[in-house]
Design a protein around this ligand. Structure first.
Ligand code: FES
Length: 213
């Protein structure tokens, strides 16, 4: 779960926000990454920098089982090795051309990326369904104040106004990404209500952050 220490899991995105053959930027406590899902559904994470000329790979595109850089089209496998250089179609790229990759797991509709070597297993969140993610211009402490609850051992923040809702936060640079989770048996109206309450928590957290700055 979110942590500023090595050896942890970071909840970087919702599975639903990463359909097959798509690529998105994401963040861990140690920096920007690119997150992508191949055509067959495999999720991969790597440093968000092309080894060729440094273009962000999150601007790239997925073709089949490889991620291609938008600049000169160099393509990388989920293991990080360069598999194609369009300007030299007959060349087998040397193994030294590769991007640093991170371990990725998907569980309960959330994509988790390992930072370092996590000693703990992923938390079991199968009581909940992830609904959406929100970026909050505030730290986790301000979000806890706004939600009226503290993060538990599973990393989830209880929301005082909405007992069936939890917030799963992950710290980013100067802001926090929160994933909104709702108890699995809740109906659509409850999910909409939880979404509005999460937006209210965001507003309060950002005001609180300004007040303490
Ligand atoms: S910068 Fe990525 S292929 Fe050239």
């Amino acid at each position: 779960m979110a942590s500023d220490t090595a050896g942890s899991w970071t909840p970087v995105a919702l599975s639903a926000d990463l359909p097959p053959a798509t690529v998105i930027p994401a963040w861990t406590p140690v920096g920007a990454i690119v997150l992508w899902r191949s055509q067959s559904g495999r999720v991969s994470a790597a440093a968000d920098r092309c080894p060729h000329r440094g273009m962000r790979l999150s601007h790239g595109f997925v073709r089949g089982e490889a991620l291609s850089c938008i600049y000169h089209g160099w393509s990388y496998s989920s293991a990080g090795g360069c598999v194609r250089i369009p300007a030299h179609p007959n060349l087998i790229p040397p193994e030294t051309i590769r991007v640093a990759v991170q371990r990725v797991e998907e569980s309960d509709g959330i994509v988790w990326v390992a930072v370092g070597e996590p000693e703990m297993a992923l938390p079991c969140l199968n009581r909940f369904v992830p609904i959406r993610s929100l970026t909050v211009d505030a730290d986790i402490a301000a979000i806890e104040v706004a939600a009226g609850g503290k993060a538990g051992a599973d990393g989830l923040i209880h929301v005082a106004d909405c007992s069936w809702t939890r917030l799963l936060p992950t710290a980013q640079v100067g802001r926090t990404l929160i994933h909104l989770l709702v108890e699995r048996d809740r109906n659509l109206a409850d999910q909409v209500a939880a979404s509005r309450i999460a937006e209210a928590v965001r507003r309060r957290a950002e005001m609180h952050q300004k007040d303490v700055a």
